[in-house]
Design a protein around this ligand. Structure first.
Ligand code: DQA
Length: 146
């Protein structure tokens, strides 16, 4: 089972970026812990981070041929990107949307997600544990399907 983790814009700044909201853990540390968990679960995992919407769209398109599912934290593109939503629909893979913060108790502009309506599920507000919960949900879904 192959799963791609996509981190959107500004998530390369984790650890330094608004630590009161996003915590002190760096993106590299999150990826290392996810890789450990994936090994334990027998899952082949890969990682991609970009600040560019187009690169994220291209990576989702390419994942069609080399992944079984995606966990994505689209960052601010969550609230703006029809292009990422359309890429998810085109690739046809199950996609889990995750957020470190609980976007529903933040600013009004974060209340709208262009991604949730095409996602298998959404996890928001559990800190970096949102990634593990999202990955676990996707792995269970893919196991049941196969
Ligand atoms: C975020 C929430 C988004 O609203 C924000 O723009 C981010 C991070 C989160 O993980 O909580 O960049 O996706």
């Amino acid at each position: 089972m192959k799963i791609l983790i996509i981190h959107g814009p500004n998530l390369n700044m984790l650890g330094k970026r608004e630590p009161d909201i996003y915590g002190a853990t760096t993106l590299q540390e999150i990826n290392n812990s996810l890789a450990e968990k994936a090994e334990e679960w027998g899952v082949d995992i890969s990682f991609f981070q970009s600040n560019s919407e187009g690169e994220i769209v291209s990576t989702i398109q390419e994942s069609m041929s080399n992944s079984d599912g995606i966990v994505i934290n689209p960052g601010a593109y969550t609230h703006t990107s029809v292009a990422i939503r359309d890429a998810i629909l085109s690739c046809g893979l199950p996609v889990v949307e995750v957020h470190i913060s609980n976007v529903h108790k933040r600013e009004d502009f974060r209340q709208k997600s262009f991604i949730s309506g095409v996602a298998l599920g959404v996890i928001s507000g559990f800190g970096i544990n949102s990634y593990f919960l999202g990955l676990s949900g996707l792995v269970d879904y893919l196991k049941e399907k196969s």
